[in-house]
Design a binder for this molecule. Sequence first.
Ligand SMILES: Cc1cc2nc3c(=O)[nH]c(=O)nc-3n(C[C@H](O)[C@H](O)[C@H](O)COP(=O)(O)OP(=O)(O)OC[C@H]3O[C@@H](n4cnc5c(N)ncnc54)[C@H](O)[C@@H]3O)c2cc1C
Length: 451
Amino acid sequence: MSPTTPPVLIVGAGFAGAAAALRLSEHGIRSVVLEAQDRIGGRVQTVQLPGGYSIDFGASNVHGYQRAENPARRLAEKVGVELHVPKPEGGLVFGTDGKLLSREQVAEIQAEIAKILAEREPEQGEDISLGKRVIEQLQSTSPEAEALARTAEIGAGIPLEHISARYWKTERGFAGVDALPVGGYREIIDKALKKSEAEVKLNTEIEHVEQTESGVKLRTVAGETYEASHVILTVPVAVLQTGRIAFQPALPWARTDLLERVSVGSLDKFSLLYSTVWWPSQVANFVLLPSSSSEISPKSSVTDILESTTIMVANMHALSPQKPPVLLVYLPTKAAGEMEKFSDADATRPIHDYVVSRLAVVAEAEVTAPIEGRMVRWKADRFALGATTSPFAIGKDAKPDDLDELGRPLWDGKLGFAGEGTDRHLRGSVVGAVASGEREAERLANLLNGR
Ligand SMILES: Cc1cc2nc3c(=O)[nH]c(=O)nc-3n(C[C@H](O)[C@H](O)[C@H](O)COP(=O)(O)OP(=O)(O)OC[C@H]3O[C@@H](n4cnc5c(N)ncnc54)[C@H](O)[C@@H]3O)c2cc1C
């Protein structure tokens, strides 16, 4: 690396930023990572619970681990973080009447849902929502079918009624076997940043990005400035949508228009830590179908929210190599939004009571009160403002290529964009964040080293 080479600035110390820094360093290019928060990780947040257990409240799984070319897997291997592939028993589904569904019943309904979801909408004519298609077609099947179909909302982040049926699953992402980083996801980012030898500046929120004669100039909310020949911006799409980061010259209309069309979804996880495991210890997860048909509203109590939602409760004892006595309650879209209003202390007891009321029939030991309950509020997080970009939404005139467009550099290549929301096929995942960071680093390496 030449001491005269101006460093590249990277805004954001999440997976995209860390992957970009490491790839740049492999090309001998120094970078400085500017991070608004007092921690690295972004939408990866590994929390140490009492007892020393690490729980990921943001991303937790490396999706599509079985494929050796998976960018997230490759990055973990490169920095020496072991990945654990859990082998639990399958999940259990509790019906709308509270009774446990048989595995045959669940398999039958899931096959029906999979068939409907796999249908392709014609490219021409009016698009319909996935909700309309699924719910209309499932009406003649069991009352559990629609509720079970809503498990798709956990990953999607938006209600089925908002998802375009035309573009559903047109992405070529990494699916299949899930693996968990031993000790938590954050360690991969931590080690990648250390290996890159990038200077990481925490508590450095960027509010202004300007094109200069020789490159770019960034200003923080505290008034500090940073200059470099190039910058890679990895902040979430939802943050860009707020307009809190000003650009000079302003972003072209086509880019801001594109930004408005992209949807960002919600997902939160609420952890319940116990002294002992009282639920079936080897079962991967428990799906609780709603026992009430009431709509969630701002007046809903914690119990109302839970009763009206299809909820997945992950058994971390069976999934994590640390075997923590932890149930992780996944709160999708509408439930996440409303639940964020309650404090951890206020939500813990009603969530525990609800989970117990549904799982009591399969309890294998005496139920104990939780030691603590905890949630990370992604929608309220000023630097995330939601979980991830969602599948293409209906009524927003969005097209699959929009996300790739959001990843296109501007200002003659001086202003680059990375992050999960800049890759059509890999959006919404760590894999996408890593791939986008590496993509931008490669682009800059070609530019800078080719000079
Ligand atoms: C609850 C939940 C569960 C998930 N589960 C999975 C999973 O199991 N597997 C999976 O693959 N993916 C999962 N994801 C998605 C995954 O977490 C994200 O796709 C990925 O972490 C995004 O990385 P990123 O680098 O693009 O963005 P981020 O991680 O959001 O990084 C962007 C960084 O920019 C910083 N920033 C924002 N504004 C500014 C500013 N003005 N100045 C400076 N810095 C700024 C932020 O603080 C942040 O650190 C999950 C997400 C959530 C929320």
